[in-house]
Design a protein. Sequence first.
Length: 277
Amino acid sequence: MGDTVTVREIEARTLLNESGISDYAVNCYLGCQHGCRYCYAVFMTRFHPHVEPWGDFVDVKVNAAATLERQVRKAPRGRVFISSVCDPWQPAESRYGLTRACLEILLRHGFPVTLLTKSVLAERDLDLVASSSDVELGVTLTTLDEPLRQLIEPGASPAEGRLAVLEKARSKGVKVYAFLGPFLPGLSDTDESLFGIMRRIADIGVTHCYADILNPCPKVWLSLKPLLEENFPDRVAPTRLMLYNQEERMIYQRVTRDRIQILARRSGLTAEIRFCF
């Protein structure tokens, strides 16, 4: 992620869209200032080309609230995921407030909501999140190693800040969960790393958690490969093998799933683990 981010204001034709993740997804922004090097959402640049690298631009859907208000009046009730291809509380949200405005609309119209973020800005809206029993808030956690986090998630909040948001939300009676991963082989998937994260979320009292591994999307590898070559050259070959060799990927999936279940028991994590692989 570069030092400057190109922000462009656009208008969206729709905001409440059917999704494979939930009944609906809402994305108030196109692009994400967090610039995570493993982000699968980089595929969006096929449909919305940008000269800037992923993480260096964000398109702001300035009519998001008005568009959503129009759609929810006609849409059948269903769970809404915020957000599927951007972070709802990325830095632009502090200026535009679109996520908060859309959350208010959804709750007013009786839509249950699932939120997922890597930003401490979410704390700003805990009053609204805690106002409904049909809202669940999650944070993504890849590593508690701050130097590694800065490399792979340069624009996101530190993991400790995300955990603090979960703790505060839990204290307000909010249902909280965690999304673990995607794991980087030999870096963030070690026993020590996984145990540390699971111990922390067990102490907080998450209702459930997800676990995922790297997406084999070519654009993900194009982003991640230079980072590995510069900082962890010994991880380039095994990571590429895990991504694109079907047999090795299946072995990695099975071994990782088994390790996570063992480490969860050791850490005292009793919440349901939902594997995304």
